[in-house]
Structure formats: structure tokens, C-alpha cells
Design a protein. Structure first.
Ligand code: SF4
Length: 726
């Protein structure tokens, strides 16, 4: 696992370039997909094709083998990296090749074929510009699509000038690119073997789709007489017609290009003449067209992933990189921290767990905060945060944490083995909150003493720079229990869900929600309900989260059956009800709660749309607000309701387009991640301190967002529901 020192160093050296490039890609994605009227349909179509292809994979592999052999090529199904490398080195040796030119291929990175061939004395040349820069620099890729994304133009110029010592120092992007093209052109014409990856391989015709920005894959194939294509078995899809949604989506999702510069469809062995570049005399048509083609399909753990109900979804991944680009933590530290042996970004956990094992996934798995911003970005609708959670759970179960006695009694969880002490503490925060409330204000005073903070830093790795929540003596539930409803002729009846923070820490927002709902004619009850399970789920404690989900639904179901709506103030808990409970509960129980629960502003918006009088709420009198919505609220498409209601009430609202505040529940409390959390938060701080925004009152929907903004700004933020109750 990357330490705070390592993350700090990466943020210092690579952070600026990674942030600029990934944020640019991410903005490009939004722009580009907005122009696709059938974007969601294309995603569903792509997903269905991958589901079908992985389901029928053995059959498709047989069909593809037959097709390629009929076309005149060879197929080799390699069990693992060593098997694949042995085959490739034999092909290269049989061809008596001195040089292999490669186009970009993550699968070839995975098997480390360069090292194998170089050990045999073969000159292996990367022809993708980014890969070549890294080969010259002897560095590892930091991004699955743009491998040198962490390098600035200046650092590449410095590298080229030092290594190649050109007559005139290189400086501009154009000079650097031209120089690289000339160098690579010389290498390509002398090569005997061309090694490519394949974005997709179609079983029906053996046609491969290669998606590149530079056209170098096509050159690599055309300029050599022996083509070796290396691809994971999951790249096989049934037909050329099935390529359509992927071609539409892959460039838009990854780099924000409507279509990548080159989409090469090859059905090897290609019939293009093999040109002798030293022969200027012979017409092209007279060169020999004899070519060899070897398709090396690699298992390397994939077939086992296919049998794994949770990791199987990883095989639908088309490696577009949208999950990396849309991830706030990735934008700060890049793939050298947020990645394993080969793969980086959100989905890397699935790939690395399946291919390399849990140990490698454990190195970076905790960098996924479950913010879910990658979910809508993924063109094949993979639930990437869920894969991260499941793998975290498996990593926890492999752990051996001997110090359970330290938190004995604070960890009434359902984990059979031992997640780390820190994870068990945060995963059982409900117990901590109950204790904190029962003993407040002493608990708050005690927790803030220097000695306590030192103990928490030592035992739990809680960063002393982070302010701790302050528990209320009277919970939201207790307050509600001691009052009568003010509504005589209710229009609707509802339960306000007392989430963990509203119940124990930010009780005022619960009271505000009740006041607002009653003003709009809703009869409200606030029963005692278990916490949603968000806290244990974020620590990878899936069994404990499931227990919470069951307790929550057992308590809420009678109210729902009685016709009450469930209103949720905290967006991350609402997201549990709408998304994660689907994985934790049976379908009927999940659906019942999901269909009857509403984020509080979604509900208020609905009430106003259905005739409730906005005049029952206090007027905003044009007060200027800056609103930051919550990441999971955005994923559910619910941030617009808050803005609409505030505007109806007469507020002047500007919204932040920063998608993640960086706090993410317990993440920002952890010593290893505090500085990363603040680095991510800095983007939000910049927006909230920008001209025209710096004097606005700040409101935010999420507990974590409120805590983070409080730490980032002089101004104290509040939940928007509190404005409507003033
Ligand atoms: S998981 Fe989805 S978003 Fe991430 S790289 Fe794969 S296809 Fe792209």
C-alpha cells in the first residue's frame, strides 16, 4: 500500500501533469457523449454483447480458432504469461528476427514480453509515442490509454535532449513528435516482426479492431512480414457487426474523441505486399504478399475470473480508461500509485486481483473511495466500486490482525476474520457514535485532547490534523420521540430516515427536514433504525453491511407497507438504498425500499411539483449561495432537485462542478490519505473561493462534503435543508 510519503512525492512530481490530462479527458468525455442521442442505448448494447461473449467464450474461442486457421494464420491459447512468452520467442527465433516493433498493448505489458525477447538479444521497439517515451526513460506506464500521461512536455524534451543529443535542442510538442516519428520510422522499416495487441477480435471472420491515435499499429503490421497479435481471451466478440457500439464508445469514453484517429480493421494475415524499403524500383504490386500471422490468446487467470460471480464483470472491460479519468484520487496521484503490475484506475483492482492475485490488488485497492463517479462513465456499465468493495472484503479476510482486544466491544460486526483495526473501527462507527452520544459532552472533550489524538493516531492511524465529529447529547430520534406532529390534515405520510450522522452529529439538519416536510403538509415519523451499512461497506466489510441492510429494511418495511415514503437526508445512505442494497438483499426487499425512498430535496421537489405551496417555506430573498452536491447524489442524477428547490424559494444559486470533495467518509481521516484528500479538496476550494463565489454562503448535501468544506474554507457550510427551515 502506498504510504503518505509516497503519495505526497507522486503528487509533487507527477500530480500536475496527471491532473491536467485526466481532467481534460474527462471533460472531453462529457462533451463528446452529450452529442450521442443514443448514448445510454449504445452502452446497454455494448454491455449485452460482452455479457453474451463471455457467457459463450469457449464456443467463440473454438470458432475463432477455426476461422483464423482457415484464413491462413495460427492461434495459440496460452495458459499464462510464461506460456505465451515461450510461444512468441519461438516465432521470433524461427523468423530469425533481430528486431520486433510493437504497437501499444496492455496485454503484452501484462506478460512482460519485452523482457523475454530482450533477454534473447532481440531489439524490441515500442512505436506508440507514449510507450516509446517510457521505453527511452525506462519508466512504467501510469495510465492504460495514455501511458506517459504523468510526463510534461518539458520533461520529455529534457529526456530526448539528454539521451539523443540532437543538433538543435528539442522544445515544442511539434519538434518532439517529429523527432520521434523519424526515429521510429527508421526502426520500423528494418523490423522483421510486428507485435500488436487487439481491442476486439471477431470470431466469425477473424477480423481484429485496433484503436490507436497514431496509426502505428497498422504500420507495425504492414511493414513486417510476421505479425504476432497478443490479446486476452476476453477480447473475442461474435461478429464484425458487434463492433459498432464499441467503436462509437471507446474513444468518447476514454479521451473524449468522437472517434479515435485510427480504427484499423485487419483480417490477418493481411494481403498488403511486404515492401522492401530499400527498393525504390519495384512497383508495390510486385512485392511478395506472403505473411505469417500468429494470434496468441492469453488466459492468465481470465477463465477463473469467468467462473467468479464477482470478478466476471471485469472481463467486460474494454480498457477505455474512463474509470481512471473520472476518479478524483486518480487525477491527483495517477497510475503509479493507483495501479498494480499492469493495470491502473478503478477497474485495475478487478484485473490485478484476477491476474496477479489479492496481494497486488491490496497495494492500491484502498484508493477507491466508492464515490461511484466512474459508474456512469463506464461504457459497458460495470459496477466498478462494487468490484473494489468485494476485493477489499477478500483482502480483509486474508488479513491477520492480532489486536482485536483493542476494540473489543466496539466491533460487533459480522466479519469472521480480521480486517485491520482501523477498518473495524470505521466499519463499526455506529457503535462509536452511540457511545459518543451517551457520554457527550465528555466524549467530545476527551476525544479532542492531545493525548487522545496521539492514541488515535498510533492505534488507528487517524490523522491528528483532521477535526473529529462532535456528538450531540440528544439524538434526532430522541428529539422526534418527544414531540407531536404539527400536521392535522396530511397530504402525505413519511418516515425520515435517521442516518448515523443526522442522528448523532448533525441533528439540526434532521430537525430542519421535519420542519420543512411538515410545512408542506407531510406527516412525519422518525423511528429508531440501524445505520445503513455504508460505513462497514466502505471498509470492505460486506457481511456486516448486509446485516445492517437487513436490520434497516426490517424496521422500515412496516412503515412502507403502511403507505409511508422514506426520506433520506444523507446522499451516501440514499445511494445504499438505491444501489448497493441490490447486492446485499433479495430483489423484492431491495425493490420495495428503493421504489419508496427519496433523497430529501428530490421529495420536496416532488411535493412542490404536485401542488404544495412554496410560500410555506421561507423566502431566500435572492441570497447568494454556492452549492456543492454529493458524488453519489450526482451518480443517481439527483443534484438538480436541490438547485431547483432553492431557486424556487428565491435563492441565487451557483453550483460547483467538482465531482468529489475528497473526504469520502473515513478516507480523509486516515493518516495515509489525509494529504491526498486535501489535494482533491483543493479543486473544490478553488471554485468556492473564485471571483463571484467567494462571498456566497456555502451549502452542501453530504456529511463528508460539509466536513471537508469546513476544513478547506473560513466560511462554515450548512446543509441546504437548514436554509428552508430558518
Ligand atoms: S471498467 Fe469501464 S470505464 Fe473502466 S476501463 Fe473498463 S470499460 Fe473503461
Amino acid at each position: 500500500m502506498a504510504t503518505a510519503d509516497e503519495l505526497r512525492e507522486l503528487m509533487r512530481t507527477e500530480g500536475a501533469a496527471v491532473a491536467e490530462n485526466t481532467q481534460g479527458f474527462n471533460e472531453g468525455r462529457y462533451r463528446s457523449v452529450a452529442e450521442l442521442s443514443d448514448y445510454e442505448e449504445l452502452k446497454s448494447e455494448a454491455r449485452a454483447i460482452k455479457e453474451d461473449a463471455i457467457e459463450r467464450l469457449p464456443e467463440l474461442l473454438d470458432e475463432l480458432t477455426e476461422t483464423v486457421e482457415e484464413n491462413g494464420g495460427t492461434v495459440y491459447l496460452a495458459d499464462d504469461a510464461a506460456d505465451a512468452n515461450d510461444y512468441i520467442r519461438e516465432v521470433v527465433a524461427d523468423r530469425d528476427a533481430d528486431r520486433v516493433v510493437k504497437s501499444k498493448s496492455m496485454t503484452s505489458e501484462e506478460i512482460e514480453v519485452n523482457d523475454t525477447l530482450e533477454a534473447d538479444g532481440v531489439d524490441v521497439v515500442e512505436t506508440d509515442l507514449g510507450e516509446w517515451v517510457l521505453q527511452v526513460a525506462d519508466e512504467a506506464p501510469s495510465h492504460i490509454v495514455a501511458p506517459a500521461i504523468h510526463k510534461s512536455r518539458e520533461s520529455i524534451a529534457e529526456l530526448f535532449n539528454e539521451v539523443f543529443d540532437p543538433d538543435e535542442p528539442l522544445e515544442t510538442a511539434e519538434e518532439l513528435t517529429r523527432f520521434a516519428r523519424e526515429k521510429l520510422g527508421e526502426k520500423i522499416v528494418d523490423a522483421e516482426v510486428g507485435l500488436t495487441g487487439a481491442n476486439f477480435v471477431t470470431a466469425e471472420s477473424g477480423t481484429m479492431a485496433l484503436v490507436t491515435s497514431e496509426g502505428n499499429a497498422r504500420k507495425t503490421v504492414a511493414a513486417t512480414d510476421t505479425h504476432v497479435a497478443v490479446a486476452g481471451v476476453e477480447k473475442v466478440i461474435p461478429t464484425v457487426g458487434d463492433l459498432h457500439p464499441f467503436v462509437e464508445l471507446i474513444g468518447r469514453s476514454g479521451t473524449g474523441q468522437d472517434i479515435t484517429s485510427y480504427v484499423s480493421l485487419l483480417t490477418p494475415p493481411v494481403e498488403t505486399p511486404v515492401v522492401d524499403f530499400d527498393d525504390d524500383e519495384t512497383p508495390l504490386s510486385e512485392f511478395d504478399t506472403d505473411r505469417e500471422f500468429h494470434l496468441v490468446l492469453i488466459d492468465n487467470g481470465r477463465m477463473a475470473m469467468r467462473e467468479d460471480d464477482q470478478l466476471r464483470e471485469t472481463l467486460y472491460c474494454i480498457r477505455c480508461s474512463a474509470c481512471a479519468n473520472s476518479c478524483a484520487n486518480f487525477q491527483s496521484v495517477g497510475g503509479h500509485a493507483f495501479g498494480g503490475e499492469t493495470y491502473s484506475g478503478g477497474i485495475a483492482t478487478g484485473w490485478e486481483a484476477g491476474i496477479e492475485g489479492l496481494d497486488v490488488a491490496a497495494e492500491f485497492n484502498d484508493l477507491c473511495t466508492g464515490c461511484s463517479r466512474c459508474v456512469n462513465a463506464c461504457p459497458v456499465e460495470i459496477d466498478i466500486p462494487w468490484i473494489n468493495t468485494v476485493v477489499r472484503d477478500r483482502i480483509n479476510r486474508e488479513g491477520d490482525e492480532p489486536a482485536d482486544w483493542l476494540v473489543d466491544g466496539l466491533t460487533p460486526d459480522a466479519e469472521p476474520d480480521s480486517p485491520s483495526l482501523q477498518k473495524r473501527f470505521f466499519g463499526n462507527f455506529e457503535t462509536v457514535a452511540k457511545l459518543g452520544t451517551a457520554t457527550a459532552p465528555v466524549s467530545n472533550w476527551l476525544a479532542s485532547t492531545g493525548l487522545s489524538r496521539k492514541a488515535m493516531a498510533w492505534a488507528l492511524d487517524i490523522d491528528p490534523r483532521r477535526e473529529l465529529p462532535s456528538f450531540e447529547r440528544e439524538t434526532f430520534v430522541d428529539w422526534a420521540r418527544n414531540r407531536d406532529s404539527t400536521v392535522e390534515d396530511p397530504q402525505r405520510r413519511a418516515v425520515v430516515y435517521p442516518d448515523l450522522y443526522t442522528n448523532h452529529v448533525q441533528v439540526s439538519r434532521g430537525k430542519a427536514a421535519v420542519k420543512v416536510l411538515e410545512a408542506l403538509g407531510v406527516d412525519v415519523v422518525v423511528p429508531a433504525v440501524a445505520s445503513s451499512g455504508r460505513a462497514p461497506l466502505s471498509q470492505g466489510m460486506v457481511a456486516t453491511a448486509r446485516t445492517h441492510a437487513q436490520r434497516v429494511t426490517e424496521t422500515l418495511a412496516p412503515h412502507v407497507d403502511d403507505g409511508r415514503d422514506v426520506i433520506v437526508i444523507e446522499p451516501s445512505d440514499h445511494a445504499m438504498f438505491q444501489r448497493e442494497y441490490e447486492k446485499l438483499l433479495d430483489e423484492a426487499t431491495f425493490t420495495d425500499l428503493a421504489e419508496n425512498s427519496y433523497e430529501v430535496f428530490e421529495y420536496v421537489y416532488g411535493l412542490l411539483e404536485n401542488g404544495a405551496a412554496v410560500g410555506q417555506l421561507p423566502s431566500g430573498d435572492d441570497e447568494a449561495l454556492a452549492y456543492h452536491s454529493h458524488c453519489q447524489q450526482r451518480t443517481l442524477g439527483l443534484e438538480a432537485h436541490t438547485v431547483a428547490v432553492l431557486e424556487q424559494c428565491g435563492y441565487d444559486v451557483v453550483t460547483s462542478d467538482v465531482e468529489c470533495c475528497g473526504m469520502a467518509g473515513s478516507f480523509g481521516y486516515k493518516s495515509d490519505y489525509y494529504e491526498l484528500s486535501m489535494d482533491v479538496g483543493d479543486r473544490l476550494r478553488e471554485q468556492l473561493e473564485a471571483n463571484g463565489v467567494q462571498d456566497r454562503r456555502v451549502v452542501a448535501s453530504g456529511t463528508s462534503c460539509l466536513e471537508q468544506i469546513d476544513a478547506l474554507l473560513e466560511r462554515h457550510p450548512s446543509h441546504p435543508i437548514e436554509l428552508l427551515a430558518e
